[in-house]
Design a protein around this ligand. Structure first.
Ligand code: IMP
Length: 200
C-alpha cells in the first residue's frame, strides 16, 4: 500500500489519480492538501511543468514530513508557440473558468485560420521524499484542437482536445479510456515503475 500526499486541491486531478491507481491495480492512500491542514499559498512561478511540480511537491513534503507528489500539467498548441503551456489554468486570467480558457484558445486560433491545429497535453509529476530525494516523470498525449466543444465529461480543455486514434475528444471518453491514453495516465504508469521510491 502506497501512502502519499497529493499536492493539489483540484478534484478532477484527484479523481483521475485515484482511478488510474485503481485501474493499474495499485492500492494507495492519497491525502490531498486540504486533508493535511496546509492553508498557505503556493506560488507556481517556474517556467516549466517540472519546476512548478517541484514547488508544489516540496512545499507539501516539508509541511507534512511525508512523501508528496504533485502534478503540473497543461496544453501546448504548436501554432501558438506552445501556449498556453504552464499558463493553461490561467490562460484568460487569474481564476478563469474552463470555458473562458477554451474561448480564449479558440479566439487565438481563429486569428490563424490556416494554421495547423496540432497540440499536446503534458503532465509532469514530481515526487519529493523527506530525505531530499526527488523523482520526475513526464507523460504526453498528442491531439488536435477542434472548434466545437464535444462531450460533457472531464475538465479543462478536454472538450476541444480531439484524439484521432479514438475518434473522440477527451471529454467524450470514459474515464478508463482517457486514463489509458492521457498524459496523466502515461505519467502515472511511469511513476508506478518506481514503486521502491515510495517505500525506501
Ligand atoms: P495546473 O493545476 O497548474 O497543473 O494547471 C493545469 C491546467 O491545465 C488545468 O487547469 C487545465 O486547464 C489544463 N489541463 C491539465 N490536464 C488536463 C486534462 O487532463 N484535461 C484538460 N485540461 C487539462
Amino acid at each position: 500500500m502506497i501512502k502519499i500526499v497529493f499536492a493539489t486541491n483540484n478534484s478532477h486531478k484527484v479523481a483521475e489519480f485515484s482511478s488510474c491507481f485503481e485501474q493499474m491495480g495499485v492500492e494507495a492512500e492519497i491525502i490531498t492538501i486540504k486533508q493535511t491542514g496546509f492553508t498557505g499559498e503556493i506560488i507556481e512561478d517556474a517556467d516549466s511543468f517540472e519546476g512548478n511540480a517541484f514547488i508544489k511537491a516540496k512545499t507539501l513534503c516539508d509541511y507534512t514530513g511525508l512523501i508528496s507528489v504533485a502534478d503540473d500539467s497543461g496544453l501546448e498548441v504548436d501554432a501558438l508557440g506552445g501556449a498556453p503551456g504552464v499558463y493553461s489554468a490561467r490562460y484568460s486570467g487569474e481564476n478563469a473558468t474552463d470555458r473562458e480558457n477554451i474561448d480564449k484558445l479558440l479566439f487565438e486560433l481563429s486569428k490563424l485560420p490556416n494554421a495547423d491545429r496540432s497540440a499536446r497535453f503534458v503532465c509532469s509529476l514530481c515526487v519529493c521524499r523527506p530525505d531530499g530525494e526527488t523523482l520526475y516523470v513526464r507523460g504526453e498525449s498528442d491531439g488536435i484542437i477542434i472548434d466545437e466543444l464535444r462531450g460533457e465529461g472531464r475538465f479543462g480543455y478536454d472538450p476541444v482536445f480531439y484524439y484521432p486514434p479514438m475518434d473522440k475528444t477527451f471529454a467524450e471518453m470514459s474515464s478508463e479510456e482517457k486514463n489509458s491514453v492521457s498524459h496523466r495516465g502515461r505519467a502515472i504508469e511511469k511513476l508506478l515503475k518506481h514503486k521502491d521510491f515510495f517505500t525506501e
